[in-house]
Design a protein around this ligand. Structure first.
Ligand code: NAD
Length: 265
């Protein structure tokens, strides 16, 4: 590849903080950033998964600092930023990936479920944007993972959809506030991606996958896409790499929608 493109799309010498990095999209983002040359700080509430992600990052020849963090707790998110500053002296990229999903009709919604979703998916991203915005002294890129569910209302997904729609709005407001300091803020709204988050659709309580149910679900999802496609974590992590790297220096306040064309804004 031409050196100019390596500079534009690479992350050599950069430091990236990734939340929700114990599995799924967050883990893949940490690996992709490492493959592009970044050292990382990885955070999650799931500690065994975090240790595995650290090993995968180290296999790519980069350093991973592990920090258990509940993103719904502002003080823990601030401590995550401090960890990166203590260990590396900087933060160039901050990816808010951690998220949870709860299903319930509005009329039956348990207050605890609604609050849990908003605490992680909205407040968690808010605290991440705030901590990154304070810690980035030399420009940077903040990437918030929203969802197609933030664009498309669906039964039983009121809390999840509200949280993701709000993340898109927060992204745009943050872009206006942080742009003058050279900090870009963008969101990604993925479509259906095969990760632990969607596994409960086709996994029983003992963890056994129902392969027929899985095939049916993926077929239904593919039928919604002009590409007849569902996504994999790299489909999102490569978009994240673009938004993290200098290639996207003119891009801020945007929502990128890797979703197989299921929803077109
Ligand atoms: P996942 O369940 O594998 O990953 C979510 C991670 O967030 C988990 O490792 C979990 O432990 C972590 N997490 C949960 N609560 C946390 C908290 N309070 N503090 C810190 N970490 C916490 O699922 P995923 O699909 O990789 O999800 C990643 C993001 O992508 C989420 O924000 C999700 O809403 C979004 N998303 C996923 C899909 C999909 O189809 N998989 C589609 C659209 C958006």
């Amino acid at each position: 590849m031409h050196a100019e493109l390596e500079n534009a799309f690479g992350l050599t010498g950069r430091v990236a903080v990734v939340t929700g990095a114990a599995g799924g999209i967050g883990r893949q983002a940490a690996i992709t950033f490492a493959q592009a040359g970044a050292d990382v700080v990885i955070a999650d509430v799931g500690e065994p998964g975090l240790a595995e992600t650290a090993q995968l990052v180290e296999k790519e020849g980069r350093r991973a600092v592990v920090r258990r963090t509940d993103v719904s707790q502002r003080a823990e998110v601030d401590a995550l930023a401090s960890t990166s500053l203590d260990e590396y002296g900087r933060i160039d990229v901050w990816a808010n990936v951690a998220g949870i999903i709860r299903y319930s009709p509005i009329v039956d919604m348990a207050e605890s479920d609604l609050r849990a979703v908003l605490d992680v998916n909205l407040f968690g991203v808010y605290w991440g944007v705030a901590a990154a915005g304070r810690a980035m002294t030399d420009g940077g890129s903040i990437i918030n993972i929203a969802s197609a569910g933030g664009d498309m209302p669906a039964p039983t997904l009121s809390g999840y959809g509200m949280s993701k729609a709000a993340v898109m709005h927060l992204t745009k407001t943050a872009a206006t506030e942080l742009g003058p300091r050279g900090i870009r803020v963008n969101a990604i709204a993925p479509g259906f991606i095969e990760t632990p988050m969607v596994a409960p659709y086709y996994t029983d309580e003992s963890g056994r996958e129902d392969l027929d149910a899985k095939a049916r679900i993926f077929e239904t999802r593919r039928a919604q896409s002009p590409l007849s496609a569902t996504g994999e974590p790299t489909d999102i992590s490569y978009c994240m790499l673009y938004l993290a790297a200098d290639a996207s220096r003119f891009v801020t306040g945007q929502v990128l929608r890797p979703n197989g064309g299921v929803f077109m804004a």
